[in-house]
Design a protein around this ligand. Structure first.
Ligand SMILES: Nc1nc2c(ncn2[C@@H]2O[C@H](COP(=O)(O)OP(=O)(O)OP(=O)(O)O)[C@@H](O)[C@H]2O)c(=O)[nH]1
Ligand SMILES: [Mg+2]
Length: 363
């Protein structure tokens, strides 16, 4: 008798689990076999391989919620000879037993770690075998092409087999290359969905960067004051903007400063800017467009940028023409974070940037 059944039968007072049908659930009690003490009232599910997640026999014990009851049952079973699964062990066994392939196994991990509904959907589709199917088709295409070439070489006398010419080969190879390239694009997207788009909020001091983080996070995470140079360290927060996961990074306002702590903060801001996937460049509409603002646009050149002209509730002193010119085609959104104006437009711009940058193949 298998070890898992013998352990379960030893601690379970109810039906003999070796004699029940597969995929059935049974009510009973967990009893300490040494002391006859009642440990917990449970439902036990018996699933015999190969129609299980790992293709092996599986016994699942459902006990009451709460750490104490779960722990008591767990401790007893461990004492009786079971051991805890290693992280990812069930998925590993499912893979080793040929139940799922590697891309599906990865999808299981993505599913567990998914940060938004959209990330979850992508993982579900990958688990469903969609990526495996794409790869399998390309592999098949290549195998058939190679077989075709071999037939041409080995049996030149067959005249009913179409000749594999250089042109046909090139055509097939470039088709496969194009498809592989598409799949690789989705890998970048997968990483973004798993880890969030690294989004740096950049701007001169006091323009409203921390206010922006707080608005997108719907929480007062960062300290906001009217004193320029309030944020000195990098603050990170995961937010979900219309299903797109962002790792928002609020930074110290970038300016020349003699203050040692602020200086370190400014260096970190520059670093965050360099490492980001997306830049939210914040300007103060109540002030002129300055040389420092222009320098920020230069630092962000070539990156995905959304420009935010904030404080529209105050007098507009900024030259919008200069802003649009510096933006060079990047979206420019006007907001009053204080009066909660323009946030919808900003969220839409973020979602759009994400969708166009990373064509979503798997969704
Ligand atoms: N009138 C007005 N004030 C705003 C707006 N957004 C932010 N503020 C104010 O501007 C000041 C600075 O806001 P913060 O969000 O701390 O600015 P910051 O860019 O993070 O500043 P540093 O951390 O110093 O670089 C605060 O007093 C905010 O209340 C706005 O849309 N309109
Ligand atoms: Mg700040």
């Amino acid at each position: 008798m298998k070890k898992r059944f013998s352990i379960a039968n030893r601690v379970f007072k109810g039906k003999d689990l070796t004699n029940v049908d597969s995929h059935t659930i049974h009510y009973g009690n967990i009893i300490d076999p040494n002391t006859d003490e009642l440990i917990e009232e449970v439902m036990i599910t018996v699933m015999k391989g190969p129609k299980t997640f790992t293709r092996e026999d599986i016994i699942e014990i459902n006990c009451h919620g709460g750490m104490v009851s779960v722990n008591r049952v767990l401790q007893l079973i461990l004492r009786e000879g079971a051991r805890l699964a290693e992280p990812g062990e069930f998925t590993k066994r499912a893979f080793l037993n040929g139940r799922i392939d590697l891309s599906q196994a990865e999808a299981v991990m993505d599913l567990i770690r998914a940060k938004t509904d959209r990330a979850m959907n992508v993982a579900m589709k990958q688990m469903d075998g969609r990526l495996s199917e794409l790869i399998r088709k390309l592999r098949q295409e290549l195998i058939e092409t190679v077989a075709h070439v071999e037939v041409n070489i080995d049996y030149p006398e067959y005249d009913d087999v179409e000749e594999m010419t250089h042109d046909v080969l090139i055509e097939k190879a470039s088709y496969v290359k194009k498809e592989v390239h598409k799949i690789l694009q989705t890998a970048k997207q997968g990483k973004i969905l798993r880890e969030g788009i690294a989004t740096a909020i950049i701007g001169r001091p006091n323009v409203g960067k921390s206010s922006l983080l707080n608005k997108l996070a719907h929480e007062n995470k960062a300290i906001v004051t009217e004193i320029p140079g309030t944020t000195r360290d990098v603050i990170e927060e995961y937010v979900n903007v219309r299903g797109v996961p962002l790792r928002l990074i609020d930074t110290a306002g970038i300016r020349e400063t003699e203050d040692i702590v602020e200086k370190i903060g400014v260096d970190r801001s520059r670093q965050a800017l360099k490492e980001a996937d997306l830049i939210l460049l914040v300007l103060n509409g109540n002030e002129e467009f300055t040389k420092e603002d222009a320098a920020l646009f230069e630092a962000a050149a070539g990156m995905d940028v959304i420009v935010i002209v904030n404080k529209t509730d105050l007098d507009q002193k900024i030259d919008m023409e200069a802003v649009n010119q510096a933006a060079n085609g990047a979206p420019v959104i006007t907001t009053s974070l204080l009066q909660e104006q323009g946030i919808d437009e900003l969220e839409e711009a973020i979602a759009n940037t994400f969708l166009t940058v990373n064509s979503i193949l798997l969704i």
